[in-house]
Design a protein around this ligand. Structure first.
Ligand code: AMP
Length: 437
């Protein structure tokens, strides 16, 4: 048996239905703030992620799946020369870089235009060590808003997310929204220097990875899970003490707008998030119960330099992404279902062989009228067919047997009340169409 690759999941019908319901609910809630759907390719040029996310990040340096065609692979093996940088493609590890690339490429935010707001959903790929709620292929739903650096965009998006979480039924007590500001080009370099100096001084108490981080990406030392490093980082300089006046004002505005919207959040000066492109606001939604280390349900922030970084004109942006599988786990912990189990409208049961063709035709006619209908395809007994109707959660069972064929009528049973009635054959479709309208 060939099984699915490690770290991937089959979304079987119940989980696939939940994923569809999750996306539909998000579209409904986010469209009230003007967000429109966008779909971008699952593969992008590798250098988009290198430039956009940053070569020093774990995602780009360790976790990206980079694809080459079998033709290029053959040439590589034969010529011992790697394919040209330009021809390398990678499976997207996140959605922001692709959406921003599309916005820049199609010039969707010309100077002076109102901000564009997009929502996307789909699979992302990261070569991680698989464990529960950490996969190599997982689904994200995200938004990106480009064209405004106003704190109202940040607050609107975070409040919209809180509204969505409420709407899908996850109790507000089961989540925590952490927020921070990591400054801009003006204030971050001096903070980075101060943090780096602190990390160098604390070298002996930090793990090897944090010592490497100190050299390349000092802010990432806040993400270390090692107890010893966490202790050291608790007394590290805080980014919020180094914000320039413009960033401080922006952050204060975001927080007061959230306060006015009644969104509960916690300020966390150690929240930096792993990607290079963030500026100013960063935030994360964490589950407070039962999720262990994989408790980040989603997160995002402002990225005012990203469009420029990938070759566009300077365009401020804000976005977030939610992990569907993590949300599904948080819903499970809270004992809440995404969707009610649904059933079919009519199951047509045959009491004799001669009824099977008329049953097939009738099912087609009902489906054409928008009624969900099913029949037995395995020559089951009448009793077994009724069992199947129950399993399919049918509202009605429609019987066709020798008497019905002879008398040109159908017997219909309400599967809940068990009441029965007969309808002339030529009125079945119209009567049922009216009932299920
Ligand atoms: P990130 O793009 O890393 O900020 O991730 C955003 C969200 O996607 C996280 O909060 C998780 O919910 C989810 N996520 C990220 N990586 C994985 C993964 N390997 N497996 C499952 N979900 C993930």
């Amino acid at each position: 048996m060939i099984t699915s690759p490690e770290g991937t999941n089959d979304l079987l019908p119940s989980a696939a239905s939940s994923w569809i319901a999750f996306k539909a609910k998000a579209l409904e809630v986010f469209s009230r703030c003007g967000y429109l759907p966008i779909e971008t390719p699952i593969i992008e040029r590798t250098n988009l992620f290198m430039r956009g996310i940053g070569e020093a990040t774990d995602i780009v340096s360790k976790e990206m799946y980079t694809a080459i065609s079998s033709e290029n692979l053959r040439r590589w093996i034969e010529d011992e020369e790697p394919p040209k940088q330009k021809s390398r493609l990678s499976l997207r590890p996140e959605g922001t870089a692709g959406v921003v690339r599309a916005i820049v490429q199609h010039d969707l935010v010309p100077p002076g235009a109102a901000p564009v707001k997009f929502v996307y959903a789909g699979p992302m790929f990261r070569a991680e060590r698989p464990q529960k709620d950490r996969y190599r292929q997982f689904n994200q739903l995200g938004i990106e808003c480009l064209g405004s650096d106003s704190p109202t965009i940040d607050a609107e998006a975070i409040a919209m997310l809180a509204g969505f979480i409420d709407n899908i039924g996850l109790p507000s007590g089961n989540i925590d929204i952490l927020i921070n500001s990591i400054g801009c080009d003006t204030c971050r370099p001096s903070y980075r220097d101060a943090l780096q100096a602190f990390l160098f001084e604390s070298r002996d108490s930090l793990c090897e990875t944090c010592n490497t981080r100190a050299e390349i990406n000092p802010l990432r030392a806040f993400d270390c899970k090692q107890e010893e490093c966490r202790k050291v980082m608790a007394s590290a300089p805080r980014v919020t003490d180094h914000l320039c006046p413009a960033c401080r004002e922006h952050f204060e505005d975001v927080k007061s707008l959230l306060d006015e919207s009644g969104v509960r959040y916690t300020e966390d000066p150690s929240l930096v998030r792993g990607l290079d492109y963030y500026t100013r606001t960063v935030f994360e939604v964490q589950a407070t119960e039962g999720m262990g280390a994989q408790n980040a349900l989603g997160g995002g922030g402002r990225y005012d330099k990203l469009a420029e970084e990938i070759g566009g004109r300077s365009t401020p942006g804000f976005g977030f992404a939610l992990g569907y599988e993590r949300f599904a786990s948080a819903m499970e912990v809270a004992g809440i279902a995404f969707t009610e189990p649904s059933g079919i409208d009519v199951f047509i049961a045959c009491a004799c062989e001669e009824a099977r063709r008329p049953a097939f035709r009738l099912a087609q006619e009902l489906r054409a009228k928008g009624i969900s209908a099913d029949i037995d395809h395995q020559g089951k007994s009448l009793k077994a067919q009724l069992k199947l109707a129950n399993k399919l959660n049918a509202s009605l069972a429609l019987f066709l047997g020798p008497d019905e064929l002879e008398g040109e009528y159908a017997t219909i049973r309400d599967m809940r009340t068990h009441e029965e009635l007969t309808i002339p054959s030529n009125e079945v479709v119209s009567k049922l169409a009216r009932k299920f309208e």
